[in-house]
Design a protein around this ligand. Structure first.
Ligand code: ZN
Length: 368
């Protein structure tokens, strides 16, 4: 197991976030770089994992296992890569993998496949075909590149150390990846299938577009005589209505709380306190600004699931009307909304028709 894994994380990521270096941005609950570190550790294929970075102090605070060594990087990617290759030489490695921290989505299976192919080859590089048409420019003229013959190289790339070392120390140009060294010097590369999901994270929305959130809401109101009953914005004929500072619409209140939960913006009481000004406010009016704030933050709703908890009225009688109303208020399609009626076996205050409760769960995602 004389294999070494190099993670290049010295980039300044100009196209990404203004302040935070890309490799330290949170993605799938971890910093981008930690995905690569964990996978290379868990694969148990490597004697040492070398991180090349210009954020030495930040990374040294993280207390990684001993297998991991952190060294300072250079100005360009090719400088950092050369620094790593020179640093590792003293360990007399057999194989070296070079990887960009900005590709957190490779699999351990790919690592194993690279190593297997390294037995009979000196360079193994994962490639995928291009999904976009590629053009190239010479002076002011643009030419088509045949898509079938265009290959996109990914990382990690795996090499016999000796071969890579000799090519790297003699290279005068700034190279974009180590495969380039082999190609420029007419050395053979074994290309294997890369992974489409192992894209390079370049822009902030590459990481943000994948996030989904859930929110939960609950509400209960007392039933009182001489008040109109509103559920989901629909007036329902009933012997009582829901008491409250507003119209007491438990479905819309629980929906508002579910949305606020999902966008992590506190609760309904924060925006609608029991003030004189808001006395008898209708709940669709309360929902409207919450919906705008959801859409303004570039979220969209995947689905809404509602449990209405009451003995009477029977939900089946009003289900279509209520779903129709919520669909209009939220601009959701009707098939994204589900309404379930739940009785409580005549138990407690809800069972005695003294109160109605509602719970709502919502799933939202961010636009690309
Ligand atoms: Zn309420």
């Amino acid at each position: 197991m004389n294999n070494y894994f190099v993670i290049l994380a010295a980039g300044k990521s100009k196209r990404f976030h203004k302040k935070l270096a890309k490799q330290f941005y949170k993605y799938k609950n971890k910093e981008i770089i930690d995905h690569s570190i964990e996978k290379s550790l868990n694969s148990k294929l490597f004697k040492k994992i070398l991180i090349v970075t210009n954020n030495l102090n930040y990374l040294k605070k993280k207390k990684y296992p001993k297998t991991i060594t952190i060294i300072k990087g250079g100005k360009e990617r090719s400088d950092s890569s050369l620094m790593a290759i020179k640093y590792i030489k003293k360990y007399k490695p057999k194989n070296i993998f070079i990887h960009d921290a900005a590709r957190p989505n490779f699999s351990i299976k790919l690592l194993k496949n690279l190593l297997k192919n390294l037995k009979n080859n000196k360079a193994v590089v994962p490639i995928v075909s291009s999904k976009d048409s590629i053009k190239y420019k010479i002076k002011n003229q643009i030419f088509n590149l045949n898509k079938k013959n265009s290959l996109l190289t990914q990382t990690p790339q795996a090499f016999r150390f000796k071969e890579l070392y000799n090519l790297a120390i003699n290279e005068k140009n700034k190279i974009s990846d180590e495969a380039t060294l082999f190609i420029n010097n007419n050395h053979k590369i074994k290309f294997i299938s890369g992974e489409n999901r192992n894209n390079k994270i370049t822009f902030l929305n590459d990481v943000e577009s994948t996030q989904t959130y859930f929110g939960i809401g609950f509400d209960i109101h007392k039933l009182v005589k001489n008040k109109k009953l509103y559920l989901g914005g629909v007036k329902i004929p009933f012997h009582s209505g829901l008491e409250g500072h507003s119209d007491g619409d438990v479905i819309l209140h629980a929906t508002i709380d579910a949305i606020l939960g999902a966008i992590r913006k506190k609760d309904i009481g924060t925006y609608y306190p029991n003030t004189k000004k808001l006395k008898n406010i209708r709940s669709p009016k309360m929902l409207k600004p919450i919906m705008s704030s959801l859409y303004k933050s570039n979220f969209f709703i995947n689905n809404l699931d509602i449990n209405l908890i009451c003995e009477q009225p029977k939900v089946s009688k009003f289900r279509d009307k209520i779903i129709n109303s919520i669909s209009k208020l939220t601009t959701l399609n009707k098939d994204q909304i589900n309404l379930k009626g739940k009785t409580v076996e005549k138990l407690g205050l809800i069972g005695k028709e003294k109160a109605i409760a509602c719970e709502v769960i919502i799933s939202i995602s961010k636009y690309d």
